[in-house]
Design a protein around this ligand. Structure first.
Ligand SMILES: *Cc1c(COP(=O)(O)O)cnc(C)c1O
Ligand code: SF4
Length: 326
């Protein structure tokens, strides 16, 4: 008999054994899932584990975070680096594809590991923290690139950094005369809301605006704790944007997507992008045909306020950048 979920568990579940003990996978499945977890980082926070209904085989929260043996199969069209970051990396941790903005990835750890992640070949708990020297090299690169007006912190998840470290990085970038805005892409406010402390919010107070793009894919991810975390950020004057991935079985019908977008606007998040899934290895079970995504967007148009509609975007081949699906 699987154990009921311990609602009060205080630590992130990281192994198939942990998941079985919490009743989130069957004991018989553990061995096969260990191979998946050895290949792709696996973690689910207590906040997200508590949302899963273990007797629902199609639970939209479980689908996003619980590993599946299907991940061991890489479809012919799937790519290790689907957004082609590597050829656009001038120095370690930086991706520069557009003239006016570039990414800085200070670390590759995340609060949870999403099974559909486009950077799944790179992200993980013990890789990718830039050394002090590498970070300084990245800062020097940004200093020399005066056409860049926005730095986007991503990873991994930048809100896994300590408040002090994050504040130092934002402060250094905000101090560059040509940098006008900063942006942080994160799943922390929904996946691990307890990390949004007063100190972390304080780190957003910079001489230049700091925007936060919150990654969420299902209305249920907006727990009461997530609402508190998001209100702290919004009350501090941080503009909140929403970004989601269109995922089969999670948000690919109009009621689920409507509920997600309404949850965002109730939490002062302006829905920004709905991403078509990037073909990362072993993610085929999440793929939604783009025609279906376009039909979904059309169905939403009359159902929601205009400001609640995100742009439906995909990554163009060979690192051509993001474009609206049409
Ligand atoms: C996605 C991305 C950005 C941000 O693009 P926006 O359309 O401004 O959200 C910037 N640089 C790179 C390399 C990206 O992949
Ligand atoms: S939080 Fe973002 S970077 Fe991390 S696993 Fe999920 S999608 Fe990938």
């Amino acid at each position: 008999m699987p154990q009921p979920i311990a609602r009060d568990q205080s630590r992130t579940l990281r192994s198939p054994q942990d998941l079985a003990r919490a009743g989130l996978v069957q004991a018989e499945a553990v061995r096969a899932l260990e191979a998946v977890a050895a290949r792709y980082a696996t973690a689910i926070t207590p906040a997200m584990a508590a949302l899963i209904k273990p007797d629902d085989p199609a639970d939209p929260i479980a689908l996003q975070y619980i590993p599946d043996v299907a991940e061991m199969i890489t479809a012919p069209h799937e790519l290790g680096d689907p957004t082609a970051d590597a050829p656009f990396t001038p120095v370690k941790g930086v991706v520069h594809r557009y003239p006016d903005r570039a990414l800085l990835k200070p670390l590759l750890a995340c609060p949870v590991y999403c099974r559909f992640c486009f950077r799944r070949e790179k992200v993980g708990p013990d890789g990718g923290l830039l050394t002090e020297a590498e970070l300084q090299e990245a800062f020097l690169w940004f200093e020399g690139k005066t056409a860049i007006r926005e730095v986007i912190l991503t990873g991994g998840d930048p809100l896994m950094l300590s408040a002090r470290r994050l504040g130092e990085i934002l402060g250094r970038l905000a101090g560059m005369a040509h940098i006008e805005t900063l942006r942080i892409h994160t799943r922390v406010p929904v996946a691990d809301p307890a990390r949004i402390t007063a100190a972390l919010v304080g780190a957003m107070r910079q001489a230049k605006p700091v925007f936060i793009a919150v990654h969420a894919n299902h209305a249920r991810e907006f727990t009461p704790d997530a609402a508190v975390a998001l209100a702290r950020l919004a009350d501090a004057g941080v503009p909140l944007l929403g970004q989601s991935v269109l995922l089969r079985g999670v948000n690919d019908d109009a009621p689920a997507m409507e509920a997600l977008l309404r949850a965002m606007i109730r939490n002062r998040i302006k829905p920004y992008y709905l991403h078509s899934l990037d073909p990362a290895p072993g993610t085929a079970r999440f793929q939604v045909p783009e025609e279906d995504g376009l039909a979904l967007m059309a169905a939403l148009r009359g159902r929601l306020p205009g400001h609640a509609l995100p742009l439906f975007m995909h990554e163009t081949p060979l690192g051509g950048g993001k474009k609206p699906v049409e």
